[in-house]
Design a protein around this ligand. Structure first.
Ligand SMILES: [Zn+2]
Length: 168
């Protein structure tokens, strides 16, 4: 997937470029290539990015530690502000950390990387709790065997008792 040169977007029809995704992404292990698309529109002061992607991943269940396959999907939209990164000295000294600081920004003459973007979205879509099934009982403790074990010992005891001469 090629990086998109942000100023070039302005020359595209509708100031929009659509990038097809159909490959394995570096850093994200998937059984199937990631399929989807990323649509980027230049809105003047910001980029509007919309994208979807899906792939099958193998996860390890948090409870029973078995591997299972999971369909990882994302369908998201993000606004990325276009502005030059500020030098440290440009910040007011006692600057409050505002919400704006947390928003993604890109330099207006820089590049947008669709591959990185879809990678991040898919990582965010990974389940926090990984369970092979909602009611996974965890690592199997074979309770029935334990009971049988006790039963067998009782049986042996009963046998022993039977073989002893009856008390008169
Ligand atoms: Zn499990």
């Amino acid at each position: 997937m090629r990086a998109i040169h942000i100023p070039q977007l302005l020359k595209q029809p509708g100031k929009t470029q659509v990038v097809e995704v159909g490959e394995h992404l570096e850093g994200l292990e998937t059984l199937t290539p990631v399929r989807g698309e990323v649509r980027v529109t230049h809105q003047g002061s910001y980029l509007e990015v919309q994208g979807r992607g899906e792939a099958i991943v193998t996860l390890t269940c948090d409870r029973c530690l078995q591997n299972y396959n999971h369909r990882l999907e994302t369908n998201s939209k993000e606004l990325i502000w276009l502005r030059e990164p500020l030098e440290e000295a440009d910040y007011p000294l006692e600057r409050e950390v505002s919400r704006e600081d947390l928003v993604e920004t890109l330099p207006p003459h820089g590049y947008f990387h669709p591959q990185d973007w879809i990678y991040q979205q898919l990582c965010l879509a990974l389940p926090q709790q990984q369970l092979c099934q909602a009611d996974c009982g965890g690592i199997a403790v074979d309770g029935s065997d334990a009971v049988t074990e006790v039963d067998r010992r009782w049986a042996a005891l009963a046998q022993l008792k039977a073989s002893l001469p009856e008390e008169s």
